[in-house]
Design a protein around this ligand. Structure first.
Ligand SMILES: *[C@@H]1O[C@H](CO)[C@@H](O)[C@H](O)[C@H]1NC(C)=O
Length: 351
């Protein structure tokens, strides 16, 4: 599996496509998605792929549950993406096709100069702006859902056919990100757009079964191990529009010290409340007839919260604070805004 950060890939893809209107001409998903005018361009350096999961038992099952929740199966990059979608990724020949590979390596760009290893010690001050404020990050919680259908595990990944498939054909489960499906949920109507406020990464198996941790050593160990492990999927429930804001500051006047970063995660109580709403939606999802039919249940063995009454809002608040984590999507420290807005650093043209 390539990386748990496929969401960032998705996001970068989106930004790239939207900004440059680019799309790989060879890419056969282009035809399918062309109808969303303005969201997909034509022909470009970045490869966009969709994992081949349509025939899997898991996809078919979750599709039914999604419909039973009154939601649709959609395109993740649709202007209205609420529902279940197959994640689009940047994979070329079974490997991540990064922006750097697509746009910088092996491409001659006379108008672009990149200096690596450079260190800025002092720059002329041209304006006094709130650089470093407004930093924010996605925050989320992993929920294990146990299921009575076969799911992915390190045991499956360590099978010979899986390894051979990748080495000879650059295909199979090693050629995708391991988190192939995605749910966008709307728990609160926030504005006139149908913007999702909760994103759920649907991992192909339980993270504790090592699906994103297929190193050589762990594969060797697992090949000898047994296949009798618990089946299930880990859902990563993520708050998309956090209210908490942190900052990044210089420690002192020495420019070569690492900066002090304080994300102030969950400093806003609203964020916890909002995530609980997401968890409640997941509970509804797990209770849909299709998922109940395969004995779906949330494995809520969070030891640090045993003293709190199970399934109350206090319980989930304890779980979020004890077991949640940021998703390394920090941003916002150079806030974009209108000219003259004292809280903004750059305008819509990045000036
Ligand atoms: C994983 O391996 C087990 C044991 O061989 C098998 O029953 C199961 O179908 C496999 N899971 C998937 C998703 O292929």
């Amino acid at each position: 599996m390539l990386s748990v950060l496929s969401y960032s890939l998705l996001l970068i893809t989106y930004v790239t496509m939207y900004t440059y209107g680019l799309k790989n001409c060879d890419d056969n998903i282009r035809k399918k998605y062309d109808y969303v005018i303005g969201f997909y361009g034509h022909c470009g350096e970045v490869t966009i792929t969709e994992p081949d999961v349509k025939d899997t038992q898991l996809y078919k099952l979750l599709k039914t549950s999604t419909k039973q929740m009154g939601m649709d199966v959609v395109d993740c990059n649709n202007p209205d993406p609420i529902g279940l979608c197959i994640r689009q990724t940047n994979i070329k020949d079974g490997r991540r096709h990064s922006n750097s590979q697509a746009f910088l390596r092996n491409v001659d760009r006379p108008n672009l100069h990149i200096v690596t290893g450079a260190y800025v010690e002092k720059i002329r001050r041209v304006a006094d702006l709130p650089v470093g404020e407004n930093i924010q990050d996605h925050f989320g919680l992993n929920l294990d859902i146990l299921l009575d259908i076969p799911t992915m595990s390190l045991y499956n990944l360590s099978q010979e056919n899986e390894l051979l498939e990748y080495f000879f054909n650059r295909k199979g489960n090693y050629a995708n990100v391991g988190t192939n499906l995605n749910l966008f949920l709307e728990t609160e109507r926030q504005n006139k757009f149908n913007w999702p406020d909760i994103q759920v990464f649907i991992n192909d198996g339980l993270l504790r079964n090592g699906i994103l941790d297929a190193s050589k050593d762990s594969i060797m160990k697992t090949q000898e191990g047994n296949s009798a492990i618990q089946d299930g999927i880990t859902l990563t429930v993520i708050l998309l529009h956090p209210s908490s804001r942190g900052n990044i500051k210089l420690r002192n006047k020495k420019p070569n010290l690492n900066p002090a970063i304080d994300l102030k995660l969950l400093s806003s109580k609203d964020d916890v409340k909002h995530l609980i709403k997401g968890i409640r939606k997941i509970q509804d999802f797990v209770n849909t007839p299709a998922l109940k039919a395969v004995n779906a249940r949330i494995d809520a063995s969070f030891e640090n919260c045993l003293s709190v009454d199970k399934d109350t809002d206090e319980y989930w608040s304890c779980v979020i604070r004890n077991y949640g984590s940021p998703y390394i999507h920090s941003g916002g420290s150079c806030r974009m805004g209108m000219n003259g807005d004292p809280n903004s650093v750059v305008d819509a043209w990045l000036r």
